[in-house]
Structure formats: C-alpha cells, structure tokens
Design a protein around this ligand. Structure first.
Ligand SMILES: [Zn+2]
Ligand SMILES: [Zn+2]
Length: 266
C-alpha cells in the first residue's frame, strides 16, 4: 500500500514537472516583461524598454513609514520598530511598470521565465540587505482552493529560487493557512486585518524555534499577510522573522489601515 502511494506521488511530481516543461514550451525565448520574442542567448532577460521601466526599490528607507533612513535595507526606523511583527520588509522592486507586468505574467499566465527573473532580483536584494543571511526560507502558503485553481504557489517557486541562489534551506510546508480569507470580504477593514493576521500558524514549531526565518511572497500590499506570517513564526519561537517580496505596493504605514480593504495576495 505504501509502495503504491509512493508510486502515486512519483507520478504526480513527474506530471507536475512535465506540465512545467510544457508551459515553458508555450513561451519560447521572450522578454519576461512584455513577451516580445528574443534571441535564445538573451532568454530570460528583459528587453531594453522593460529594463528602463523596472522600478528599483527606494534606497534604505524605513519600510514602515517610508520616510526615515535606517542604514539598512528593509530595517525599521526606531519609531516604527516593534510596532509590527516583521523585523525587516525587503522588496526587489516597487509594484509598478515592468515589475507589475512580471508578477502578472508569472501569476496569471504561468510564465515561469518571469517568475525566475523575480526570484533572481529578490535573491540579489536579500543578499544585499541581509549579508549575514538567514537560517530558513518559507513561502506564504496559498489556500488549497486557490492552489487548485492556479496549479502552483507563486510564493513557493520564488522561495525555492531564492534558496537555490543564496544556498539557504527552504521549508515549503512550514506555515499553514487556516481558512480561505476570501470569505472575509464583507468585514470592517480592522476586523478583516486582525482575522487575516490570525490565519497563519507554524505546522511544526520545533522546526522553527531558535531560527532566523525569512518569509517569501510575490507581492506585499497592506502588510497584513506579512504580519500574520511573522507573528506565527515568532509564536513558534523564531528569534528573527522578516519578509521578502518581489514587488511591493508602496504605502506608508499611516495609510495602511485605510487601505486594508485592498485585495491581499489575490
Ligand atoms: Zn520587454
Ligand atoms: Zn519608520
């Protein structure tokens, strides 16, 4: 029985790999930003107009208020430190221009060339922001229903890419998502934010305790998901918990509550 089950698992992972290869075939060498055909030698690289339109992260500003300098990328200023669960919020690009196109192509069209570029940009940014590295990378878990509809968790693919490039361990199943947060749409923004923040939990706290853990995701909008994941990791005993996203919608902390009704990680 267990042999049958493991055979079944092998077939499933083989089928997933095949599906990924087939999807890569649908997208011959192209610019992952706009889809324009490219020479195979520059496969996976942005064309010149897309490169010019890639918004770089703002330099060394506090991710909470977006105003104060902190001396370190992703670190909070003294005024914001301690107000939120994450110890750092690192982003590779602002969610605009080419970065937004890359996220859309990756997520909604399964363009894995765009996903790999996002992973590479984020790995470079994390390496610069956290020269000491972290012990573990974990993706924001996708709700089962959405995973079924999309076929892949974009956060897991980004975490795997960052882990491979930075030679850091990745635990794809470290965090669990309790409920489908789409059902919270009718709630007051503040209720919704606190429900969302409580929607995550560490599956095996003993595997998190004492570690420096970096959560990976594609987009950060209001920060509620980041808050929930980092809080769950700290409840499990993580000594440090930060979040790294490929693209960030730039909203100062003071505006975040007002924008709590924005779609988070749709
Ligand atoms: Zn392009
Ligand atoms: Zn600040």
């Amino acid at each position: 029985m267990s042999r049958l089950r493991s055979l079944g698992r092998g077939l499933v992972s083989g089928a997933t790999r095949f599906a990924a290869d087939a999807r890569d075939l649908i997208f011959p060498p192209h610019c992952p930003g706009c889809g324009a055909a490219r020479d195979p030698r520059s496969a996976g690289e942005l064309c010149d107009p897309c490169r010019r339109d890639l918004p770089l992260p703002e330099a060394w500003l506090c991710p909470g208020c977006g105003i104060a300098g902190t001396g370190g990328a992703g670190a909070f200023c003294p005024g914001c430190r301690g107000r939120c669960a994450p110890d750092a919020v690192i982003h590779a690009a602002a969610y605009a221009g080419t970065a937004r196109e890359l996220v859309r192509r990756f997520k909604y069209r399964a363009d894995f060339t765009a996903g790999r570029l996002l992973g590479r940009l984020l790995a470079e940014r994390v390496a610069a922001a956290l020269p000491g590295g972290v012990d573990l990378l974990v993706p924001v878990p996708l709700h089962r229903r959405r995973l079924g509809a999309r076929g892949f968790n974009q956060a897991a693919l980004i975490a795997r890419d960052v882990g491979r490039r930075l030679v850091t361990r990745v635990d794809l199943a470290a965090l669990a998502r309790g409920r489908d947060t789409r059902t919270l749409a009718g709630l007051h923004p503040e209720e919704r934010a606190s429900e969302l923040a409580g929607a995550f939990a560490a599956r095996r706290p003993e595997r998190i305790a004492g570690l420096r853990v970096l959560v990976c995701d594609d987009v950060l909008t209001t920060g509620t998901t980041a808050e929930g994941c980092c809080r769950a990791l700290k409840d499990a005993g993580a000594v440090w918990a930060g979040i790294a996203v490929a693209a960030r919608v730039l909203l100062p902390l003071a505006h975040r509550e007002r924008h709590a009704a924005l779609p988070e990680d749709a």
